[in-house]
Structure formats: C-alpha cells, structure tokens
Design a protein around this ligand. Sequence first.
Ligand code: ZN
Length: 294
Amino acid sequence: MFRFLFISLVFSVLALVSCRNNPAKNQKDKVITVTILPQKYILSHLAGDKFRINVLIPEEANHETYEPTARQMIETGNSSAYFKVGHLDVEKSWLGKLSGSNPGLKIFNTSEGYNLMSGEAHEHNGHAHEGGTDPHIWLSVSGARCQADNILKALTLIDPGNTSYYQDNHLRFMASLDSLDKAIRNILVADKANCFMIYHPSLGYFARDYNLTQIPIEQEGKEPSPAYMKELIDIAREKKINTIFISSQFNKQNAVTIAGQLNARVEEFNPSSPDWSNNLISIARKIAGTGAMK
Ligand SMILES: [Zn+2]
C-alpha cells in the first residue's frame, strides 16, 4: 500500500515537473540579450512579442566601465542569442568569459558592415577607444539602420519560422528611421552653429551624419590635463561653440568649467536612454539651441 502510494506520488510529481518544465524551458529559450537599452529599442521593434529582451547595462550605468553581475552572465549564457553593440571595451572584457563558459552561445555583432571611424583617422578628436574604433554607432540614425539590418539577419537565423514577420517589422522600422532622419535634419538646418563640445565623445557618428564637428573634452578616455583644458577653451572661443554636452554617467566638472569661461550652455543627455528616437531629436534640438522648446 505504502509502496503504491509512494510510486503514484513519484509519478504525479514527475508529471507536475514535466508540465511545469516545458513552458518554462520554452520561455527561457525565447530570450535575447543585448548590451544597452537603445539596442532593446531596435530589437523590440523587429522581434515584437517573439522574444523577451534582457539588457546588460542599466540606464544610469556607464557604458565604458560597467561590469555585469554573475547573475547577468548566467542569464546571458541561457539566452537564445547575444546581440553585442560590437566595439565597446566592456563587451570585449566580458565576452571572453561568456563564450568560455557557454561555447554554444550565438553571438551577433550589430555593428557588422558599418562604416566605422577609427581613433587614428580622428586623432584630432582625441578619441581613444581600445583598438582605435569608435563604438557609439547606436547614437546615430545611420548606425541604427545598420543595427536593424544585422538584427533582422540574426532573427531569421535563430527563428526562421517567423522570417516574414521580422521582415515586415524591419520595413516598418526602417520607414520610421527615414522620418526620424528628416526630423533631425529639419531641426539642424536652421542652425548656424555646426560645432559642439562634449565630455565623452559619443556623438561622432551623429556628427558625421549631419556634417557637424564634435570636440571631445575627455583626453584619451581620461580627464583632460590643465594645459589641454586651456587649449580647449581657446578652440571653443575660436569656433564660437555654444553647446557643451555632458552625460550623467561621466565627469561633469570640466565641461562646466569650460562653459563658465565661454558663456556656453551645458546640455545633459543620456547615451543609454531607452527612449531612443526622442533622445536623438532632443540632442539635435540642444545642438540647434532649441533644446528648451517642445
Ligand atoms: Zn562611450
């Protein structure tokens, strides 16, 4: 009798476990990990409800120095795929560990095929990311187009059954990027100034797309020396710079000091904002000096 009860108990527990496990396992399989929130913006437009999106770098964290937690590393390893930005230093440092412990993890580079700027070619900008590559493609419409193309390719590889769904979403998203690009051009066209200063140079591709010049305050990824600060103030005067960008995750003091010497505006923005398209519109308005206007 006891044996019978025990056996039926074991069977019902097994049945319960397998019922629970199947949907849970499928749910777990349907996760894609990305590095930053702007990638989530693009991916969610393309993937719709087909995947849950796991984001490694929180909105207020620094995208140059963030270290994922052990739990985040495990979640990434359990994902269907990992879509990296491509050239962020932090990705390089944690990807080795990640692929070492998850040899089967599919990793896609969302910057693949983009016309990247190298540190060498833009030496005057003082941009000094390791390997000389400017990683900030997500802060430009052209970069988002490239990321959307790469994401479409990746989605059709990992989930070929929904290819036409992803293709339709991609077409719609590309059309929305065309409108966004036009809106940004309309904001910038009225503006005479074509030069801005920024503490951490994350708007290089944005500047390239719209014929603007980005002058970084950061010197080789570090705080500028007093001599360089003096030089920057001279450059800013000469170029009649009236916008200096800072972001909350980076040092603000140097930008504030320069702005004080010049009577320039200090404009804050978040490179990791999840509200990606409005963030680009707001950057354009700040460069054009219409930042306070709606
Ligand atoms: Zn950066």
